[in-house]
Design a protein around this ligand. Structure first.
Ligand SMILES: [Zn+2]
Length: 245
């Protein structure tokens, strides 16, 4: 009796997560625990583990994954490592966008496109230096191709944070102690890609969230090994924090 009840709860949970992972919108504040975007109040780490434990649940497709190892150990490029790259490749931090007319480097506006979706941003602006914009596009394209080539449907990654101004960092700091003065996001070189939510373009073919996360990890690791970026696996915020180099 207990066992069947447990399976019913798990099945309902899986369904709600699949729908959530596939929805094209969210309230999008990456600084608030990404778990609030799902229909249940679970930590992203627990959600990923639960989906993994559930294995081949009804209607959820599993894909081959080449594990890169424990994500928190693999993606451990510290802020001290990322910051010099951000300063070398990026703009001087700006107070707000009105101050952005006198930049030492151009920045470009980032729009949702074939390769990725820009989530509704909270406390950040959709701008990157061209080098970072190209990296983001390449990650999105490779992710999409890889999922498709391994038999999954059409998915796009979701970008949850881009350029932060001094103004937004100071506001953020009141809510999140990780939002430091030395945030790489101030240099337009850094973006966050969610691993708790993906944009699903074909709802008849749902892929395990755990597999999508691990494929995304593979792609980011490839770019990292090519010397194109640094990355941190953010557990609390449910994202990969990536800085171009
Ligand atoms: Zn970040």
């Amino acid at each position: 009796m207990m066992r069947s009840l447990l399976w019913t709860i798990l099945a309902l949970l899986t369904l709600s997560l699949a729908v959530s992972a596939c929805s094209g919108h969210s309230d999008a504040s990456e600084e608030i625990s990404a778990a609030s975007d799902t229909l249940v109040t679970l930590h992203p780490r627990d959600i990923a583990r639960l989906l993994n434990d559930l294995g081949d649940a009804d209607g959820i497709q599993r894909l081959p994954v080449n594990s890169v190892g424990r994500l928190r150990e693999v993606f451990n490029d510290t802020n001290a490592l990322q910051l010099p790259a951000a300063m070398a490749c990026g703009i001087d931090p700006v107070i707000d966008l009105r101050s952005a007319y006198h930049l030492r480097r151009p920045i470009q506006r980032i729009y949702s496109c074939d390769e990725f979706v820009v989530d509704s941003l909270w406390m950040s602006m959709p701008y990157l230096v061209p080098r970072a914009a190209q990296l983001l596009k390449d990650i999105g394209r490779t992710f999409q191709d890889t999922v498709r080539n391994r038999g999954g449907g059409d998915y796009r990654i979701k970008v949850t944070s881009l350029l932060r101004t001094e103004y937004s960092v100071s506001k953020l700091r009141r809510r999140n102690r990780n939002a430091s003065d030395s945030s790489c996001h101030r240099f337009a070189t850094t973006f966050d890609i969610s691993w708790t939510k993906f944009d699903c373009l074909d709802t008849t073919r749902l892929v395990s969230l755990e597999d999508l996360k691990n494929i995304l990890a593979e792609i980011i690791q490839q770019k990292r090994e090519q010397g194109r970026c640094y990355a941190i696996y953010e557990r609390r915020q449910g994202c990969f924090h990536v800085t171009v180099r």
